[in-house]
Design a binder for this molecule. Sequence first.
Ligand code: ARG
Length: 590
Amino acid sequence: MKSILEIMADELRPLFSARGYDEKFAMVKVSNRPDLCEYQCNGAMAAAKQYKKKPIDIATEVAEAARDCSMFSEVNAVMPGFINLRISNEWLADHMEKMAQQEKLGLNEESEPKTVVIDFGGANAAKPLHVGHLRSAVIGESIQRMARYMGNHVISDVHLGDWGLQMGLIITELQERKPELPYFDPDFKGEYPAEAPFTIAELEEIYPAASKKSKVDEVFAEKAHQATLRLQEGFAPYTAIWNHIMNVSKKDLKRNYDNLDVHFDLWKGESDAEPYIPGLIDDLVKKGLAVESQGALVVDIAEESDTREYPPCIVRKSDGAALYATSDLATIIQREQDFHPDRYIYVVDKRQELHFTQVFRVSRKAGYVKPETELTFLGFGTMNGKDGGPFKTRDGGVMRLEYLIHDINEEVEKKIREKGRVPEDEIAETVRRVGLAALKYGDLSNQATKDYIFDVDRFTSFEGNTGPHIQYMDVRIKSILTRYAEEKGAAAAQAAVIRPAESDSEKKLQMVLAKFGEAVESAWNEIAPHKICAYMSEVSDAFSAFYLDNNILGETDENRQKGFIALIRLTSRVLETCMDLIGVKAPDHM
Ligand code: ARG
């Protein structure tokens, strides 16, 4: 559907051109003086320069003609040359009803759907998910939902860190702790056990212990390095251990991501790109892009227009080892082969920006992606604690995601029990949904690139610009709709249609709801989930004002009441769609 602004411009265009002015002057925007008008066209001002006339004269001419358009209820030319517009309440109600009849509420889906690979999550196997991974999961999930809703073909990949030194560290530590295991017996000939020689709890304890040891014990560090190399060469017993690590670790990660309602199409990792590395290196050398530098192999990526210095991208270290960039390049080759994406979006900590600039430039230079393929790095800022420093546990350690969720849920449960509106058997699920809304909205309402302060008290509040507040508005609407249907019957509720607004707050709510499509389209075009949050907050404010102004269930004029019912039903659909786009669901009671 066209937006109201576009339709208004469509109406004004012929009026400009019929009077000898270029139709490009017919642009309309939302008024910044809502006390004077709802929309305005400032084109007469620019036209005046071109046609050497007084702006007010042009504005007056066009305004006079525009009074005949049924879309406008009021058109005024005012000094120095604005055209002030009000939209007709009948026209608007009709527009809203058309919107309500569409499944996607008037959204214009992507005219040319794209195949989009979204690389987010990025957890590291065998290490617990910590808050640093939270933002990638929350932002990435919202982006994949927006991309799909816009009609694109999306492939999301968690891209696990599963191939680095952490594996060698775990193997080495395991050998010290349990040398009797068959993996460490060179004479062992049988099948390796199907059961992992550790639980997730042990695994999570083994890794940090090994990591600490490697920093003080050189012999241990060297052993771990060797173990990593042997694993990467395909040494069977280590591959068997690696498989155990991956099974145990993926199961735990899946549980954690499920708790966040974050989902991936693919559970691939750095190890999956490994087979592509030798071919990649050969190709870069053959193309003359990779050159020897102090024993290493590097690709120069500097460009003439650079305003800062970009160090070359190292693709092979002097000891022959591949690096993080090598792995991401190989992954691109793999993804090109499997999916031919039109676009890649990486949702990773902004401190990795240089890495991605290097990877993108090498891919383009070597022709691994088509020239028109879009490579997007969405680098996000840090989640900080109330003291302004990186978020930590009370004792200063790295906060595990599970504990963070636990803290939020505890606070949410306290509030829900205090309010006493949720039946006992719904409490657990309500806490889960409200807790997630607090967490996700708290994060996503900030521009992704910015750092933000994680504030449990504020995020879990039922008032203000918070996720729980939005949910609460929707819960309230749903309870009115349920009561209406109980009193008047489902058929009456079904038959309700949106009516011309009779108050400012009713009209304002309609005008805000009408912006749904534009809001979602621009959030997707700019990959900016915070725009969805800002829009939801605008909707919920407009609804609050309308709700204060009108006694919906007490309204005695049946037709009028039906109009209210249709309007709040649309409000709920808009809110629920937006919530879904940020990965949040409202509970039934709150
Ligand atoms: N595992 C990495 C980390 O924890 C993030 C991976 C991001 N994705 C990528 N394709 N490099 O820092």
